[in-house]
Structures are given as structure tokens and as C-alpha cells.
Design a protein around this ligand. Structure first.
Ligand code: HEC
Ligand SMILES: [Cu+2]
Length: 323
């Protein structure tokens, strides 16, 4: 995976990499510092005030009077004025940040429709013509340094789309479309997570935004637009099995499999992980997943497939051709 985000803190929102998130990070740190300064100043004044009175009274050899003189009021007004300045400054800064991140700085390079499903993300790349549109899952490639507009919706329950290093959270709600945008200023892989509890496998619902240099992104996009190549050799029987056993839920563009209950698998091998970050996309990971997804992601909306050993081999051989 990429190098932009330290792997030790893949979900850190205090280190951000683009104009959607950076102003918010500045505001977060600013408000933390302001709040700490207020606590510090008030504490020092309270302690100092009490101590000074005691010291004065002691040196004058008097007992402390119960009531004070009326002069204390000026401190109250000063305190109120300072508080007002701090609060108004925080409000103005917050409003300025909200205005800055409300819409992209330039015309979006790309519009994506991202749909939250139990428990994976569908990503539809809208092209200028219908033939330029394609669908993928969980790993969302974008060109680096360009704003991306995202239309979010939910397929079943409410989920929430969150790529901490790039943008704040936006809910995906069935029956409505929420807009967000993001931009990555450094190439790399940015991990995200569903952040609205959505059932059993909510924790295994990762999303990855992969920011590519423009030429790499264009190559990736061209690749995704291709139909699956016709299978030959041992994979050919795997293709038949796939259409029969899996095609009701999965699409592979180019063969007679057009299901939409699960991820589009046309370019499955271009993804680093399976099942929204749950399993690495290796030969053993893939075979394990097909044989029994319930063992790896209990509750996932894909049933165990009850395939024989040879069938499993053929199917895996076929899926591995989906580059
Ligand atoms: C009832 C619908 C259904 C059937 C039938 C089904 N799947 Fe799935 N499949 C899903 C769903 C839903 C997911 C997403 C699971 C998740 O991530 O929670 C999935 C995920 C996958 C993935 C991981 C894709 C990715 O990008 O993460 C692969 C690979 C896969 N299925 C292969 C198959 C194969 C091969 C068959 C046939 C033996 C099959 N599926 C049958 C619904 C189905
Ligand atoms: Cu969730």
C-alpha cells in the first residue's frame, strides 16, 4: 500500500493531506490550544487571587473580612470581555473553515456515486458517456491533487463514509443522496471506515482511497473500463461455474453475470483486499473466502458455496484471470 499515511496510525485525523481536511485540522488544534490557554489563565488568576489576599491579610496582622469591597466588579467585566473575544474569535474561525471546505476549490475532476451496503462500499465512476461508466468496490482510486465530488447513498441501512486523512464523515442514507468532496494532495493509500453502526460486520467495513499520479489513474481507469477477457484453459469451466453459482449476486462485465447484491468482480485482481479490508487478496485468501465467507466475516451477505475441491480450484483459477 502507499506511503502517504503512517501505517502505525492509518486512521489518524490529526494529520491530513488535502484542502477538504486541512482547514478543519488547523481549527481543531487551534481550539485545543485556546481551550488549554483559557483553563491555564483562569486557574492562575483564581489561585493567585486567593493567595495574594491571604498574604496581605497575614502581613497586616488582620483577620480576613467576610465581605469584599465593591472594586471586584471591574474584574468581572474584564473576564466577560475576554471570554466574549475568545468565543467570537472561535465562532468566526469555525464559520470561515466551514465556508472554505463547503465546496471544492475547483471544478471536480470526477464524480463518484458511493453506496454503503452491509458491509462493503460500491463505487460507481460516472463517465461522460454511458460506456465510460464503471463500478468497483471498496478501493477507490482518484487522481492526486484534484477535487473529487462524491454522491453518497445507502442500500439497506444508514452507514457513514469517512476517510479521516482526507475528509470528515458523511452519512449514506437509503433513499437520499448526500454530497461530499475530497482531494488528496499526496499520492498514497488512505484508509477509511464506516462510522455509523450498521450491524454485525460494521467493524469490517473499511474503504480505501488510493490517490494515483494522473497518468497512473488514467491507466487504472482505462483498465477498469475493459470487459473481462474470455476465459481459456482450466479457467473456462470456472467461468461457467461462476455464471451459474455466483452470477445472481455478482457482475462480471463481459460474461452473463449481472447480479448486483455483491461487489462487481470484473477487475477483482486489481484490488489488494477482499470483503472491505477483511482478507488480503492472495490465492489462499481468495480460496478461503469463496469456500466459506461466513468463517472469515460471519453474517456477511454471501452464503457458503458448498463447492467440491475441484470446483473451488476452477472457480479460483477463473477469478484470478479477472485482472
Ligand atoms: C447471495 C448473494 C451472493 C452469492 C450467491 C455470492 N456472493 Fe460473493 N459476495 C456477496 C456479497 C454481499 C459480498 C460482499 C461481502 C462483504 O464484503 O461483506 C460478496 C463478496 C465476494 C467477493 C469479494 C469481493 C471484494 O471485492 O471484496 C468475492 C471474490 C466473491 N464474493 C465471490 C463469489 C463467488 C465466487 C461466488 C459463487 C461461488 C459468490 N461470490 C456468490 C454476495 C454473494
Ligand atoms: Cu457501519
Amino acid at each position: 500500500m502507499g506511503s502517504a499515511v503512517s501505517p502505525a496510525w492509518p486512521m489518524s485525523y490529526l494529520t491530513t493531506f488535502g484542502p477538504r481536511a486541512d482547514p478543519v485540522t488547523g481549527l481543531t488544534w487551534g481550539l485545543i490550544v485556546l481551550s488549554l490557554a483559557v483553563i491555564l489563565i483562569v486557574t492562575i488568576l483564581v489561585v493567585a487571587g486567593a493567595a495574594v489576599r491571604r498574604l496581605r491579610a497575614a502581613s497586616a496582622g488582620e483577620a480576613l473580612p467576610v465581605g469584599g469591597s465593591a472594586g471586584g466588579w471591574s474584574w468581572i467585566w474584564i473576564g466577560l470581555a475576554l471570554t466574549l473575544i475568545a468565543l467570537v474569535a472561535a465562532l468566526a474561525w469555525t464559520i470561515a473553515v466551514m465556508a472554505a471546505v463547503g465546496s471544492p476549490p475547483a471544478r471536480p475532476a470526477l464524480t463518484l456515486e458511493i453506496t454503503g451496503h452491509q458491509w462493503w462500499w460500491e463505487a460507481r465512476y460516472l463517465g461522460a458517456a454511458p460506456g465510460q461508466t464503471f463500478v468497483t468496490a471498496n478501493e477507490i482510486h482518484i487522481p492526486v491533487g484534484r477535487p473529487i465530488l462524491i454522491r453518497l447513498t445507502g442500500a439497506d441501512v444508514i452507514h457513514s463514509f469517512w476517510i479521516p486523512a482526507l475528509a470528515g464523515k458523511t452519512d449514506t442514507i437509503p433513499g437520499r443522496t448526500n454530497l461530499t468532496w475530497l482531494q488528496a494532495d499526496h499520492a498514497g493509500t488512505y484508509r477509511g471506515q464506516c462510522t455509523e453502526y450498521c450491524g454485525l460486520q460494521h467493524a469490517h467495513m473499511a474503504a480505501f482511497v488510493v490517490a494515483d499520479p494522473p497518468a497512473d489513474f488514467e491507466a487504472w481507469r482505462e483498465g477498469q473500463l475493459q470487459l473481462a477477457a474470455p476465459a481459456t484453459g482450466p479457467a473456462a469451466s470456472g467461468e461457467e461455474l461462476f455464471v451459474e453459482r455466483c452470477g445472481a449476486c455478482h457482475t462480471v462485465r463481459g460474461v452473463a453475470a449481472g447480479g448486483v447484491a455483491g461487489p462487481d468482480l470484473t477487475h477483482l485482481m486489481s484490488r489488494a483486499t477482499l470483503a472491505a479490508g477483511t482478507v488480503p487478496n492472495t490465492v489462499s485468501g481468495l480460496e478461503g473466502w469463496i469456500a466459506n465467507p461466513q468463517a472469515l466475516k460471519p453474517g456477511a451477505r454471501m452464503p457458503p458455496s458448498n463447492l467440491s475441491g475441484p470446483e473451488l480450484g476452477q472457480l479460483a483459477a477463473y477469478l484470478e484471470t479477472l485482472k
